[in-house]
Design a binder for this molecule. Structure first.
Ligand SMILES: [Zn+2]
Length: 591
């Protein structure tokens, strides 16, 4: 069995003639469909249902081949980042993207002119199956502007928000931090990313000096960074108004297919988790010798060292066995992924870092790992296979019904992680349990507490930005008060981090405002589902698959409804919060 993934079910290589054929036919079919639009869309003698069916079939065929082509190039590039051919192929398919988007906008235009769409959608199975996304296209159309204005906005964006995003990236990635000769350490200069990693150092002097130097370094760039965030958020407000949304949050929720009442229920449950997380931080502070809560520089300080190593064969066995005790279908899926070489395992020169799973249009998945034997790699393997299983459940859905929104994206992965963690906590020795709990609880601090502070910050930022641009001091003040509200007595506020707005890229993504709550939703949604499984046992299993299959063609509310959950009620999320609380209590006991 190879530890390098097998991509031959896409194409045999870049020389595979099928690859060129796909690209050529995508180009041809885009042209043909555009011509068809011009000649037939206003033809009254043609039936509307037939027109829509034709367009859906054509767009599906185009998307399928374009995705296959793009996936192959992207996956090749992931294991060989310097591969020029892969880059060229990616550029080639990217160049066609605007033409496909144009077709989709023409389709939107046409659909929104039909006053009997609901009736038409009941006239054929294919139309019924695509009902949600077709109605969503009409709803999106209500928030789009005439094509001339859209073109102007797109062009102005290039010199506006997109330029600010680039400047932010450049300033941050080139920021050098001077680390002075203090606490018995030698003077040195390091890039900001390396300095931020020092937060995980077992040496307190290293952590403290890194934190102090990081804040000092930010002072050199706060002025342009404030200009970036003011520019990006100001543009978001202008677009919100032009597109007739009541607020940037409203716009984000719309594109996330999520109701405000679901967000409110989520936030309510998050707030209920805060006191216990604060208690943990205070306990951690005590262990590290602090009296007034934890200083920012010790938030990620390791508690004890984890020396356990796991082989890939052992990791596979742990994952398989635990999946099998949950649901044999999930275990079978993992077995197939192992047997068919869907996983690229080891780190190697030129391979990108981290881990991801890519669900392919052909109904298969590929997982990239950088397996180095750390215990956390077992969790990562389960996480990525969870994404794969999500794709596996969606594979029989229509291609256009397989895309889900950000808040839903981490459901299946977090669920699979939880399967492993639950079993680990029941069966492993204290040292391993401690390591795994410590990892988890550190994640909760980030995903519940820090995310809550980021949400509060962004909300306050938009509110003030409506009135005027904000100064560096105003931005710092907003950040400090958001941290106070979220972290409370958990941290020592004489050592907080007023510059988190400089550091977090999430505030600087043009089309993704409030890129924070989806993380918390993902965690609590998955944990809430797991709590349901604990209550209902095996009768939960078919519901879980039904839910995953529903993710690409429903609102988040209806995804919940498909298995009888009311997501506007905090009770469901509370189930997830209780699971988190159990982990924290267990860690507090081990401390
Ligand atoms: Zn993930």
């Amino acid at each position: 069995m190879s530890t390098h993934w097998d991509l031959t079910s896409l194409y045999t290589s870049f020389e595979d003639p099928k690859m060129e054929q796909d690209l050529a036919s995508v180009k041809q079919e885009v042209k043909t469909l555009k011509k068809w639009f011009e000649e037939n869309i206003d033809n009254k003698r043609l039936n509307d249902a037939d027109k829509i069916i034709h367009i859906i079939k054509e767009i599906t065929a185009i998307r399928f081949k374009a995705d296959r082509y793009e996936s192959f190039a992207r996956l090749q590039s992931a294991t060989d980042t310097m591969n020029q051919v892969a880059q060229e192929k990616l550029n080639m398919i990217e160049a066609i993207e605007p033409d496909i988007t144009e077709l989709e906008i023409m389709f939107q235009d046409y659909l929104s002119k039909l006053d009997d769409l609901d009736e038409i959608l009941t006239s054929a199975t294919l139309l019924e199956e695509h009902g949600y996304i077709l109605r969503e296209m009409v709803a999106k159309h209500q928030h789009s502007l005439d094509s001339e204005t859209e073109l102007i906005i797109a062009k102005m964006k290039n010199t506006g928000s997109t330029a600010w995003t680039k400047l932010h990236q450049q300033l941050l990635s080139t920021l050098q931090v001077d680390l002075p000769a203090v606490y018995g350490l030698e003077k040195e200069t390091k890039p900001i990313s390396a300095v931020r990693n020092m937060a995980y150092s077992p040496d307190k002097s290293v952590r403290k000096r890194a934190y102090e130097s990081e804040l000092k370094a930010y002072e050199k760039i706060t002025l342009p960074m404030a200009a970036c965030i003011n520019g990006i958020k100001g543009e978001a407000i202008t677009q919100t108004r032009l597109r007739a949304f009541s607020s940037p949050l409203d716009m984000t929720l719309f594109y996330s297919r999520m109701d405000r009442s679901i967000l409110d229920a989520l936030l309510e449950a998050m707030r209920e988790a805060l006191p216990l997380i604060r208690k943990f931080l205070k306990k951690k502070a005590e262990v590290l010798g602090h009296e007034n809560g934890i200083p920012w520089y010790d938030l990620y300080a390791p508690l004890g060292e984890d020396k356990t190593k796991v082989s890939y064969e052992d990791a596979k066995k742990i994952v398989y066995d635990n999946f099998n005790s949950f649901n044999p279908d999930l275990a079978d899926f993992a077995k197939m992924a192992f047997a068919k070489n869907w996983i690229d395992v080891e780190p190697k020169a030129g391979k990108r870092g981290g881990a991801f799973c890519s669900n392919l249009p052909i109904g298969e998945s590929r997982v990239l790992l950088n397996f180095d034997g750390a215990l956390s790699n077992v969790i990562t393997l389960a996480h990525e296979l969870g994404h794969g299983y999500h794709g596996h459940c969606l594979r029989e859905e229509q291609l256009l019904n397989r895309d889900y929104t950000m808040p839903i994206a981490e459901t299946a992965s977090t669920f699979c992680e939880t399967i492993i963690i639950k079993s680990a906590l029941a069966n492993w020795d204290d040292q391993r349990r401690f390591a795994i709990l410590n990892d988890q609880v550190t994640r909760y601090v980030g995903i519940i507490m820090d995310i809550y502070s980021r949400f509060l910050f962004e909300e306050a930022l938009f509110e003030q930005r409506e009135q005027s641009t904000l100064s560096v001091n105003q931005l710092n003040d907003l950040m400090v008060s958001a941290q106070k509200e979220a972290y409370g007595e958990g941290i020592d506020h004489t050592y907080s981090n007023p510059y988190m707005w400089v550091n977090k890229v999430h505030y600087y993504y043009v089309n993704r405002n409030y890129y924070n709550f989806p993380y918390a939703f993902g965690l609590l949604f998955a944990k809430g589902l797991y709590a349901m499984y604990e209550r209902e046992g095996t009768s939960f299993l078919p519901k879980y698959d039904t839910l995953l299959r529903a993710t690409g063609k429903n609102s988040i509310y209806d995804i919940g409804q498909s298995v009888g959950i009311d997501l506007t009620d905090a009770t469901f999320f509370r189930g997830g919060v209780n699971m988190i609380k159990e982990d924290i209590e267990m860690l507090l006991n081990l401390l």
